[in-house]
Design a protein around this ligand. Sequence first.
Ligand code: C5P
Length: 399
Amino acid sequence: MFPRGRKLLLGVAGGISAYKSCDLLRRLQDEGFIVDVVPTAASLNFVGKSTWEALSGRKVITDLWSDVETVPHISMAKESDLIVIAPTTADLLAKLASGRADDLLTNIVLASTAPKILVPAMHSEMWLNPATVANVKLLQERGFFIITPDVGQMTGSDIGIGRYPESSRIITEINLHVMNSADLKGKKILITAGGTREPIDPIRFIGNRSSGKQGFALAMAAASRGAQVHLVSANTDLPIIEGITTTYVETAEQMASVLQIEFPHSDALIMSAAVADVRVANYSDQKIRKEGLNQVDLEKNPDILKTLSGIKKSGQIIVGFAAETSADIASLEQSGHEKLASKSLDLIYVNNVSNGAIFGSDQTQGLIIDNQKKVIKVPEISKDTLSDILLDQLVSKLG
Ligand code: C5P
């Protein structure tokens, strides 16, 4: 299975071919997508809610008035990395083209910034009707990706264009689209994740709150774009990502020694791990008794990024992260510029982690700053989406 780790929302509109989406759902899961199904009310005449719940293994809501306290149209819009609507009926094409939002699915589409793939299926006359043709053209212009229907037998006896394509063709088209044309193919990307732990004795350590989610999201996003990824993970509870080379380390020193070996033959390093600035000077291999724990002597860890910037060859790109505790955007930006300069980075992502924000969360927000002083303000988005935005910047720097 190719690593992707993307949340996909499968919309199902009210066409007879809705039953074929049961197979599509299974195939999408085989591809590693986590799929939430949002059927329209009309489609429930063809395939019931229980079928979708059983097949997806996830709760299915079908209207705007369920679970209102969680504002599902907004939360589902934010959480979905990709929206696929299969089948898309002529009516839904018309609704989407006019920006209507009168049910859960159309509300999600309108609220989402994720890529949207439509799989229209209908009788040839309806597909070829000038109104449908115009709606499809308008939606394409607005960035919707339309998978053209197949030619073949319709529900009745007639034959023509409008058939729901085979699941395998839909999957291929989705993969091509999601892979962003594999713009990191052939590139070796070294990514660090998690928080280092500096042992005091065999029982205690100095650590930090990094969960590893951002680094793992970056690793999956980079692999999905064709990169050869080496993930160097400090402490995290996240499951290993199948297909990605992962080296586990505990301390900053261990991370530094892996990176010293790996960096010289990598195209880019993304340093999203939270590395402890200090370590314990006199580690005790015996448990220190309470009475002896009044003071722990610390010494500085080497700054890994600074060290690696020093041996960086032309063409190599280094991306840093900075966790700050300032809500003031101007000072966040200022410290981003300073850190980028002091560590000779190409890009940095600065965020405000005060009050328990971001560490451990699936969401993030902050600023991307590059070595040309370009600043991109990142509103609250998923760590998966941030990964793709950062990788877009990385790709343009890799040239
Ligand atoms: O200076 P500060 O710790 O805020 O910088 C954060 C960035 O520097 C992160 O990308 C982190 O991985 C990296 N770092 C490092 N070595 C250290 C401390 C932080 O590479 N000893």
